[in-house]
Write a protein that binds this ligand. Structure first.
Ligand SMILES: C[S@@+](CC[C@H](N)C(=O)[O-])C[C@H]1O[C@@H](n2cnc3c(N)ncnc32)[C@H](O)[C@@H]1O
Length: 346
């Protein structure tokens, strides 16, 4: 037991020092922990022995460039606001109920928690989001941002039953192995309070985004991208098997948006964001940054072509293709993405 307790948990912490840190800095989340759940230490050993796509480049991952892109938490704000609205279930997230708790299962470096804080008019509001992730380097960066954090896999949570108001599984759900997706939903169900909500987000099979991942990210990133995305039926199946009721599945507009006073800056910042976000290192070969940006731009123009007539939820402000336009005295570069979101209640 002692050797396990002292073993590495995230880069900054042994398990002991992590638990001490959370108990003194984030006691409300600490109270929900279940680290003596049978099997937890075996899973921690396994996480330490496995490398995922989102670790740093030293471990063969593409996490460094991914985290560089996430420094700017405003680019995906349109999608993130909608996910938070679903998770807050009609509560005003400018003024969340005291002790409301949300688990962000694929939380990465805590971008959703940081975006939430940026929406608040009130300073020092209690952060209701616990950032969770399987990748040590991701969680380590969430720690650097001062966020409440936990390292655990989606299919086996180190958290007590009936302890959270909402669970978000978003931006990377296709990375959960298919054989673990039902368990990920069952685990979300287990830790939710009665009446709590799951919000699960991914990109649809045979959509612009799944083709982008299969053709572009797979070919030009150092990790490749061999993952299956979601169909509406599969998403409904996972939620049903997880135990959820009142299941609703919808399309959600989830673009990348970058603004700048200068037109060429808005364009180049968006291209750089896409390059880093998806780790398209192989596009950089043999070219200067201008050429690389032009290659990224051509790929976006080729793959992001939405036929909005096919999508009943589409609104007039949803873009069909890469757009560069002026709004309120600024230039806006916008890459459209449309995601699939499933919601269910316990
Ligand atoms: C595309 S990133 C998204 C991170 C963050 N939500 C964001 O939007 O920037 C996907 C994240 O899911 C994590 N992940 C992948 N498989 C996981 C699993 N089975 N359990 C928990 N986290 C996982 C990865 O480590 C990665 O940080």
């Amino acid at each position: 037991m002692k050797t396990h307790l002292s073993s590495n948990y995230i880069p900054q912490f042994s398990i002991e020092s992590y638990l001490a840190y959370m108990s003194s800095n984030f006691p409300e989340f600490f109270k929900t922990f279940w680290f003596d759940r049978p099997g937890v230490f075996k899973i921690i050993d396994k996480m330490n022995r496995t490398t995922t796509d989102f670790e740093g480049s030293q471990k063969g991952g593409r996490g460094d460039s991914y985290r560089k892109a996430q420094v700017n938490s405003s680019v995906r704000v349109v999608g993130m606001k909608q996910l938070l609205q679903c998770a807050f279930n009609n509560h005003d997230f400018q003024n969340p109920p005291a002790s409301y708790k949300i688990l962000d299962v694929l939380g990465g470096d805590g971008i959703l928690a940081r975006a939430f804080s940026s929406f608040q008019s009130q300073k020092n509001l209690r952060l209701p989001i616990l950032t969770s992730d399987i990748a040590g380097d991701m969680i380590s960066q969430a720690f650097n941002y001062g966020l409440p954090l936990i390292r655990q896999p989606a299919h086996y949570l180190f958290l007590k039953n009936n302890s959270y108001d909402a669970v978000i599984i978003a931006y990377g759900t296709h990375h959960i192995p298919e054989e673990e997706r039902v368990n990920a939903c069952k685990e979300a169900f287990r830790i939710l309070k009665p009446g709590g909500r799951i919000v699960i987000h991914d990109f649809e099979e045979n959509s612009c985004m799944s083709r982008w991942f299969n053709d572009v990210v797979d070919k030009y990133s150092i990790t490749g991208h061999a993952y299956h995305h979601f169909t509406i039926d599969k998403l409904r199946y996972y939620l049903k098997k997880g135990g959820f009721k009142n299941i609703k599945i919808t399309h959600m507009y989830d673009p990348f948006i970058i603004r700048d006073a200068r037109k060429h800056k808005a364009y180049s910042k968006l291209m750089d964001y896409v390059l880093d976000m998806y780790g398209l290192e192989k596009l950089k070969k043999g070219g200067n940054i201008r050429n690389t940006r032009a290659k990224v731009c051509n790929l976006i123009k080729k793959y992001m072509l939405y036929n909005l007539e096919d999508i009943k939820e589409a609104k007039p402000y949803w873009k069909r293709s890469l757009s560069l336009f002026q709004e309120n005295g600024e230039f806006v570069a916008e890459m459209p993405r449309i995601a699939l979101v499933g919601i269910g209640t316990k």
